[in-house]
Structures are given as C-alpha cells and as structure tokens.
Design a protein around this ligand. Sequence first.
Ligand SMILES: [Zn+2]
Length: 62
Amino acid sequence: MTGQEGRDLRDSLIARAQSRVELREGSGEQESAESTRRRCRKCKRTGHNARTCKEDAEMSTI
Ligand SMILES: [Zn+2]
C-alpha cells in the first residue's frame, strides 16, 4: 500500500463515518424533537403535551 492509497482510504473512511453520524444525528434529533415537543404522548394531539393534556383528566374521571 502506498502512502497515497493509505491517505485516500483514510479520507474516504472518515468522510463516510462523518456523513453517517450527521445523518443519524440529524434525522434522530428532528424526529424526537418533533414528536416530543409538538405532540401529546397521551392523546396524540398537537398543541400541548402530556403534562397539560386534558384527555388525562377526562380519562381519570371515567
Ligand atoms: Zn393530550
């Protein structure tokens, strides 16, 4: 293996690893932020979260 080949191999490995990390972090962060911030876990509605969910009070009275 020549020095040039070694460098190319390392560069491609680094580039691949970086793009993979960016993809994973980007999609994962967006997905979790979107689902936890904007959507209620209990009733699946948007505009509030599980803490302020009105469904919870209704459910407990039944
Ligand atoms: Zn809710």
